[in-house]
Design a protein around this ligand. Structure first.
Ligand SMILES: [Zn+2]
Length: 156
């Protein structure tokens, strides 16, 4: 038996320092999208902004449902929309935020397992990794590829 270790590199930014104008803009767009989420059951309003390689930006949010599994996370709403409409334009980056009680969460929000799987396959599908930014009020995390969020991913 060999004991192995998986290390996940990520960048951490305090507050909104040095994020760059584009990412700061995406964070604001994601927050605006979170305000439009349909989240009457959880009260957890997630917003996503997806920037394509050609500069187009799309936003999404979580869409809940009385029959819980019928709802969908903001990440998958956004990714599926983009891939349904622009399958040939790669995603450059994806920004995630969450709001509770109309306020941005203190800590970054992380995608659920199912969304991680979809994010990994989205990168695989476009044959190009994309950045994932997870923003909270106190700090923002950036990873270079969704693979880092799901190192032992499901493979066919
Ligand atoms: Zn999810």
């Amino acid at each position: 038996m060999n004991t192995k270790e998986i290390r996940i590199p990520y960048d951490e930014f305090e507050g909104s320092e040095n994020l760059g104008a584009r990412v700061a803009e995406l964070i604001i767009k994601a927050q605006n999208a979170a305000d439009l989420a349909y989240a009457p059951y959880s009260g957890f309003y997630v917003g996503v902004a997806i920037e394509l390689i050609d500069g187009q930006i799309f936003t999404s949010n979580n869409q809940e449902n009385k029959a819980y599994p019928s709802g969908l996370c903001a990440e998958r709403v956004g990714l599926f929309f983009v891939q349904a409409n622009y399958p040939d334009i790669p995603i450059k980056r994806m920004v995630l935020v969450a709001k509770q009680n109309n306020k941005l969460t203190e800590e970054p929000v992380y995608p659920c397992g199912a969304c991680r799987q979809v994010m990994v396959e989205s990168a695989e599908r476009q044959e190009l990794p994309f950045e994932v930014w997870m923003a909270g009020k106190n700090r923002v995390l950036r990873i270079d590829t969704p693979d880092y969020l799901l190192p032992l991913k499901f493979l066919l």
